[in-house]
Every structure is written in C-alpha cells, then in structure tokens.
Design a protein around this ligand. Structure first.
Ligand code: ZN
Length: 297
C-alpha cells in the first residue's frame, strides 16, 4: 500500500475521537482492556485509513469494487459501516449496544419497550421510554467515527423521528468515538455519572469489537489475485515493531510480577500479605492477571 496516498484519510477518525472520551480511549488500550492483541491491528489500521481494501487511495488492485459483490467502491468506510452483505454483523453490533442500553434503563426501573410502534405510520424506534414525561425516543446508530459522520447520523435520526416526540439519538462511532450529545440520555433517565461513564466505556468497546469482527470477516474473502495485501517491507516493519512492543510489554509485566513477589515476601515478614499493601506502596492498582502474555495470545 502506498503510505503517502493514505495520508489524506488519516486524521478523519481523530476528529471523532477528539469530541470526547479521552480517558476512556486510554482505558481501551491499557493493560486492563478487554481488547485482544489480535484486534489492535484492525482497529488502528481502520482508524488510519490503512486497511488493505481495494478502493483505498494508492491501491494496486485492478478491481476497486467490494469483494463481497455488493457493487460499491470498497473503502474503509464501506467495510466498516456500509456493506449490505455484512449487514447481519452490523445489526449484531447495533443490537449489542441496544441491549446494554435497555438493560441499564430497566435496572433503573424505566419502562422501555423495544421496536414498539407508537403511531399509525408503523415507525419503530429502537427504544421508547414510557416511564418519563414526556416519553423519550432513543435510537441507536453506529456510523463512521469521524466528527462529520457522527453529527450526520444524529441529524438523520432526529429528522426521522422528530414528529413522534422527543428524540435522543445514541450515536456510538464504529471505531470508538462518542458524540457528547449522547450524555443527554443520562440526564433524561437519571443515570448516575459514574454508572453512565461505565456504560459509555462498555458501549464503545462493543462498537469496536463488532467493527473489528466485521473487518476480519470482510478481509477473509480474498477473491482476486490483485486484492491488496500488505507490502512485504511494511509487513516486516510492522512485525518487527509489534514483536519489539510485545516483548517490551511482557518484560515489564515480568519485572512488576517479580517486584510484587519481593514485596509480598517482605510484607509477609511483617505479618501481613494483603494485596492492598501493594496498592499503597505503588499508589496505583496493578492487576497482574489482566496482563496478556504475548506468547500465548
Ligand atoms: Zn460491499
């Protein structure tokens, strides 16, 4: 892939990430994240517009159309959000976020019928919260992660349902961005701040996991000889970097583990081996078990 040709694509997703969730983005890539190493390349390549798709700038593929046969130009945006052939996975990603929102609302004793028709038009918003006055329509959407894509998705939902009442779109970027206007939902449903922040993090994680699954399934269809593959030298560079990073991380993991063992033995000598002592000494909570051993994946 021509790296220079993809430069114009880079920075678009960053406009969406910059809207909020700075701390949560950091949490998603910390040692405590539930994202695996296998998912990271898909996530970061997609964020940088460097997925090996046929229609990306600089692609040497002779056929620029979607490899799944939908007939559209195969771009990162198409793979992540628009391809109808993979719509089952997109729906699954959408529903995972919807289910989480419903569970949270029900836990707070709200009445939240799903896909409920509320007038003769037959329109069925994802959620209608009937326990508030007036009722609130919440509709989940997972668009492109750039700021423009998030704002467009929100406007589209409001335009679609505004004649039915108060609409609060829940817009979660496909690559882990968050539209600040979503926070109006927490106020409307009286969701406590800490609980809402946890919910935001989980929704972002679900969006990313769903998207990386879609990318994996899409790229698995290698149907033509000209389909773009990572260039040999770039593959080597990436591998060298990943190997170096993984080894460095694992080395730090082992060192901290050995330090912890020494501290426990020292503390045991004084009559206490409670883990909270480790927390006090470091000033942070470090969960050794959360680290991933790159040797075993
Ligand atoms: Zn397609």
């Amino acid at each position: 892939m021509d790296v220079k040709a993809t430069v114009k694509q880079q920075g678009k997703v960053a406009t969406g990430l910059a809207l909020g969730m700075v701390k949560d983005t950091a949490a998603l890539i910390s040692c405590r994240t539930r994202l695996t190493f296998q998912v990271w390349p898909y996530l970061h390549q997609a964020r940088l517009g460097r997925l090996p798709v046929r229609g990306c700038p600089g692609s040497k593929s002779t056929n620029k159309k979607c490899r799944l046969g939908c007939g559209k130009l195969e771009t990162t945006g198409h793979v992540v959000c628009c391809c109808q052939v993979n719509s089952a996975l997109s729906i699954k990603r959408h529903n995972s976020i919807l289910d989480l929102m419903v569970a949270e609302a029900e836990a707070l004793a709200h009445s939240v019928p799903i896909n409920h028709s509320i007038d003769s038009t037959g329109m069925r918003p994802d959620i209608v919260v009937t326990s508030t006055n007036p009722a609130i329509i919440i509709d989940v959407t997972v668009p492109l992660s750039c700021a423009e894509g998030l704002a467009r998705a929100k406007d589209k939902k409001i335009e679609k349902y505004k004649h039915l009442g108060s609409v609060l779109p829940l817009v979660v970027g496909s690559l882990g961005s968050w539209l600040p206007s979503n926070d109006a939902i927490s106020l409307a449903l009286s969701i406590p701040g800490r609980r809402w922040n946890n919910l935001k993090r989980k929704m972002n994680l679900l969006a990313i996991q769903g998207t990386t699954r879609i990318i994996y399934e899409h790229l698995a269809y290698h149907t033509e000889e000209s389909d773009p593959m990572p260039e040999e030298d770039e593959e080597t560079e990436d591998k060298v970097f990943c190997n170096f990073f993984s080894k460095a991380l694992f080395s730090v993991h082992l060192k901290i583990k050995s330090i912890k063992s020494v501290l426990i033995s020292l503390i045991s000598d004084t009559g206490s081996n409670e883990p909270k002592n480790i927390k006090l000494i470091f000033g942070i909570r470090w969960d050794i078990n959360a680290c991933i051993d790159p040797a075993t994946g």
